[in-house]
Design a protein around this ligand. Sequence first.
Ligand code: NAD
Ligand code: TYD
Length: 336
Amino acid sequence: MKLLVTGGAGFIGSNFILYLLQKDADVTIVNLDVLTYAGNLENLTAVESDPRYTFVKGDIADAEIVGRVMGGGIQAVVNFAAESHVDRSIMDPDAFIRTNILGANVLLTAARDHKVERFIQISTDEVYGSLGPTGLFTEDSPLDPTSPYSASKTAADLLALAYHKTFGLPVMVTRCSNNYGPYQFPEKLIPLFVTNAIQDKGLPIYGDGKNIRDWIYVQDHSRAIETVLKKGKPGEVYNVGGSNERTNIEITDYILKELGKPDSLKRYVTDRPGHDRRYAIDSTKIKRELGWAPAFSFEQAMAETVAWYANNRPWWEAIKSGRYQDYYLKHYGKLE
Ligand code: NAD
Ligand code: TYD
C-alpha cells in the first residue's frame, strides 16, 4: 500500500510512521509536512534512509503540491497535519483555521479527484467538548467544541464525513483521547512537566488541577489507526481511548515521584480560558467491530515515557532553548 501521511514529523505522525514501517513490510510512506515549530525530522532519523519512506516538505493547504503528491499513486491518506495546541489557538486562532480546516479541505478534494481508496481524518475527543463527573463520550455524543483548536478540528471532522456522504470518498474518522509518549513537543502537559522537573523548574498547573483527561500511549493509538486503515468501514467514526482517566494533579504527582523531585515544584497558575473539565472515551465500537484494544498499562508506558525524556535530553533541550523558549516566556511571563 502506498500511503500519504501528513504531519508525519510531529509527535503522533512520527510515532505512527516508525511503528508502521516496522510492522508492515509492504507499506511505502510519503510524509508531507511543512515543518512548523512542531515538526521535527530528528524524530524520523531511524527511517530516513529506508527505501519505503520519502519526505516531502510542503503545506497541506497548498493545492499544487498536494495534487502532485497525491497524483504519485497514493492509495490511502492519514491526515495528522494540524495546529494542535489549545493554548496557542486561544492566543492566535488564524493558523488553526488555515491548516486544520482549509488544509483538510485541500487534501479531501485531491483525494476525491485522485480516487484514493482510504482516507483517515485524525480527529480528537475534544470535538465533544467537556463532560461532567460521570458518563463517557460515544460516537453519537453531541459535538460541542470549546476552543478554536477543537472547533477547527470539528469542522475538519464533519467536512471529511461530508466528503463521504456527498462524493463517496471512503473516509474514516478517528477521535482519540490525549496521547503521551516519546517525541511529544514540550508544550503539552506531560513532556512539559517531565522536562521542567528534570531541570528543577516549576510545573504550571492550570486552575485547581482537577481537570481530567483520558490518557493513551501513542503506540496504542498508532495501532488503532493501522486497524482502522485496514479494517475500518467508510463513513464511520471510531472513538479511541485508553480507559485511563487521571486528573492533572495525579499526572503531576506521578511525574514528580518517578523523577524523585519535590512537591515544591508545583505552581498553581491562572486557569486556561474555557478549560474543558473532563474528557472520557467509550471505545466499545472499535473494540467490538475491529478488534482493537489498548495493550499498554499506564504505569508501564508512563515509566518508559519519563525514562525516554530523561535519556534524550539533547532532543528537547534543543527545542526548549530555541523558538519554543520565546513562546514559553511570552505565555508564562516570569514563572521562573
Ligand atoms: P503536533 O503538533 O506534534 O504535529 C503536527 C505536525 O503537523 C507537525 O509536524 C507540523 O509541522 C505539521 N503541520 C502543521 N501544519 C501543517 C501544514 N499546514 N501542512 C503540513 N504539515 C503541517 O501534533 P500531534 O500531537 O502529533 O497531533 C497530530 C494529530 O492528532 C492532530 O491532527 C491532532 O489534532 C490529533 N490528535 C492529537 C492528540 C494528542 O494528544 N496529541 C489527541 C487526539 C488527536
Ligand atoms: P494539553 O497537554 O495542552 O492537552 P489538551 O488541552 O489538548 O487536553 O493539556 C492537558 C491538560 O493539562 C489540560 O487540562 C490543561 C492542563 N495543563 C496544565 O495544567 N498546565 C500546562 O502547562 C499545560 C500545557 C496543560
